[in-house]
Design a protein around this ligand. Structure first.
Ligand code: SF4
Ligand code: SF4
Length: 641
């Protein structure tokens, strides 16, 4: 079996020597280029990568090699697969006997990929990327490489079995064997020069993602999706008296080496920005551009590098993020946009670079324990006349009903709280509330970057609930649900936490709730980000809707993991962001396209946001906004009437 293919046949020896010399220089430039990137990442903070090597390798195989996420966008995925994986196999096949019989076919597939890429470039919508010139150059080199490759196959009938070559061969044969033998080395050298230039150019171009993307997929930690990183341990600091800790990302090297690798892995596919509600609503934030700015900053020489805040990233971009996680979900190479945004918000908060509304929010949380700034003594007013017991007032209480700030103080969401009480009572669930002892669990404080307030509250609430013997928590707020389920365990809060839709579903399936089947209404359901994308709970709310609506559930184009945020998360409910059109209005219009009778939700933020937008858009009567608990409670009313 030959080790080197017959591609050097008829190539004069000096050409072959030059080819090897250029090959060595290319390899040197390539390696040095990659080293430059590694040096840049290493200037970041250290980080231990969590998750076993095996799980991360499996993920690499699935996302990096099989390109599973990329392929879920069929056209782009196919095009990318043809150019990247087929291109790689083609390169291997040129020199290895293993793939020698299929090189010609691989070349054909690669050529198809190049045609699809051009089609995509022609059809591309939106403003051109900053890399437009570079993209054209790379594309030009790839096209030239492909054309010269096919010409070589047409001339070189002795080395390849190539369908494209066979089409061209008759033309070349008419030139006579002598011309062919002379033409081949020239084509070979031009083609090689193009391939070598492209390889040497990889570290200096967007093509670096060929290296960094799979690397980032492998290195991204395997963590709980709903848990933010913990920049310091407040308890330890209080015990040691040492408060000397740097919080958040002040400069680019305050990100960890792995985060910096991530910024460098961006493929510019725009999937994150296309999914981003902040971008859709016309704020300054575009997650792809944010990542590209961080990448560009980290690659600048330190002497001339701009500052991270103000010069590179506008604080408005950071505050526009609703933390919906659509960008992270979409990113094919697992870049963690939200993690970087939280790190930068932490710096702004620690430095006091926040406006009045954000300061007020933290003051409210500190002084009265709720996001509304209303008296803590009025927290349980919503339950007056409902005969709701406090936790510990009766024996064998199973669930602590965690009402949350919105469920306690917001008049619209108080209706949901009452509906849930009605449901639990109908099913004879033994539950209690904390009453005026409940206070915000400070999910929102953590998300606007006030980590100290979050941890302080977490410690206090966990201590109180542990003392009271709380084991199970039910809540209608996906934000509270996520925090208790995914964030409090790190601070010693080990509770069994369920969302109210999960409890309702269980009660229905156990036959503990007697409901009439069949609201004669079509219902569409909006997936709240913190229930869906953060906690993968898509099916349970739908199963309830199906059960009570004779299956008349209709899906919006953007649903489940691809759901579009209401705009209220990440603190956005509590301050003002400059925008053109509210996320909630965009979503209401999307729902309206289906002409449903009801827009159902399962989150107090979504309910509030949609209620406001539907009033403005005048859709409140035609398409009321209802929490799933309200729909179920209505059915109880009918069944008992
Ligand atoms: S989390 Fe949501 S709002 Fe924030 S950048 Fe990502 S997609 Fe945009
Ligand atoms: S951050 Fe991820 S999703 Fe966004 S453009 Fe870059 S690679 Fe694509």
């Amino acid at each position: 079996m030959e080790v080197i293919r017959d591609i050097f046949q008829h190539v004069p020896l000096p050409f072959v020597i030059a080819w090897y010399a250029i090959g060595v220089i290319t390899a040197y430039l390539f390696i040095m280029g990659i080293r430059r990137h590694i040096r840049v990442w290493k200037q970041g903070r250290p980080e231990q990568i969590s998750g076993s090597t095996l799980s991360r390798l499996k993920r690499l195989l699935y996302l990096g090699i099989a390109q599973a996420k990329i392929l879920n966008k069929r056209f782009n995925g196919t095009m990318h697969m043809l150019i990247s994986m087929v291109g790689f196999l083609l390169l291997v096949g040129m020199f290895s006997p293993v793939l020698e019989d299929v090189v010609g076919y691989l070349a054909l597939l690669f050529g198809l990929g190049v045609v699809l890429l051009e089609y995509k470039r022609i059809r591309a919508s939106g403003p051109p990327l900053e890399t437009a010139w570079e993209d054209s150059f790379i594309y030009g080199v790839i096209v030239a490489m492909t054309v010269t490759g096919f010409l070589m196959m047409g001339v070189n009938t002795w080395a390849w079995d190539s369908p494209a070559g066979e089409v061209l061969t008759p033309f070349f044969e008419s030139l006579g064997p002598k011309v062919l033998v002379e033409l081949y080395p020239t084509l070979f050298l031009i083609h090689s020069a193009l391939v070598f230039s492209l390889i040497a150019y990889i570290p200096n171009s967007r093509l670096i993602h060929l290296i960094t993307a799979p690397w980032n997929v492998y290195k991204t930690p395997i963590t709980v999706k709903g848990e933010l990183t913990t920049p310091f341990d407040l308890k330890q600091m209080l015990e040691s008296g040492n408060f000397d800790v740097k919080v958040g990302a002040t400069e680019v090297n305050d990100f960890t080496w792995r985060q910096k690798l991530g910024f460098d892995a961006c493929t510019l596919c725009q999937r994150c920005s296309d999914a981003c509600p902040a971008k859709a609503s016309g704020t300054k934030l575009s997650p792809m551009h944010l990542i590209l700015k961080l990448k560009s900053l980290e690659l600048q020489p330190p002497s001339t590098a701009k500052h991270l805040h103000g010069e590179t990233v506008d604080p408005e971009e950071l505050w526009a993020c609703t933390t919906c996680r659509a960008c992270v979900e979409e990113c094919p190479v697992l870049i963690q946009h939200t993690e970087a945004i939280f790190d930068m918000r932490r710096h702004l908060m620690a430095d006091g670079k926040v406006d009045r509304k954000k300061r007020d929010l933290i003051t409210f949380l500190t002084n009265v324990g709720n996001t509304y700034g209303l008296p803590s003594g009025e927290r349980a007013k919503w339950a007056e006349g409902l005969d709701v017991r406090l936790w510990g007032e009766e024996p064998d209480q199973e669930y602590l009903y965690w009402v949350g700030c919105a469920g306690s103080y917001d008049t619209r969401n108080q209706v949901v709280s009452r509906a849930l009480v009605k449901i639990m009572k109908a099913a004879q669930v033994k539950f209690g509330i904390l009453g005026n002892e409940e206070k915000c669990n400070c999910e929102v404080a953590r998300r606007v970057g006030e980590e100290g307030r979050f941890q302080q509250t977490a410690m206090e609430l966990i201590e109180m609930m542990n003392k009271k013997g709380v084991k199970k928590i039910v809540t209608q707020c996906p934000h509270c649900y996520n925090t208790f389920k995914n964030e409090y365990p790190r601070f010693g809060g080990e509770f069994e936490v369920i969302h109210h839709t999960q409890l309702i579903s269980r009660l229905l399936s156990e036959g503990r709730l007697k409901t009439k089947k069949g609201i004669d209404q079509t219902i569409t359901y909006h997936d709240p980000c913190y229930l869906g994308r953060y906690n993968d709970e898509y099916e349970t709310p739908r199963s309830i809707i199906r059960a009570i609506s004779n299956g008349k559930l209709v899906e919006m184009p953007r649903s489940r993991a691809g759901s579009f945020c209401c705009g209220g998360g990440g603190g956005n409910t509590w301050y003002t962001v400059e925008l053109q059109k509210k996320c909630s209005a965009i979503r209401i219009e999307e729902a309206q396209q289906l002409a449903p009778n009801v827009l159902a939700a399962a989150c107090p933020y979504c309910i509030s946001m949609f209620e406001d937008a539907s009033k403005v858009l005048g859709t409140s009567e035609k398409m009321p906004i209802r929490d799933i608990a309200e729909l179920v409670a209505d059915m109880l009313e009918q069944s008992t009437s």
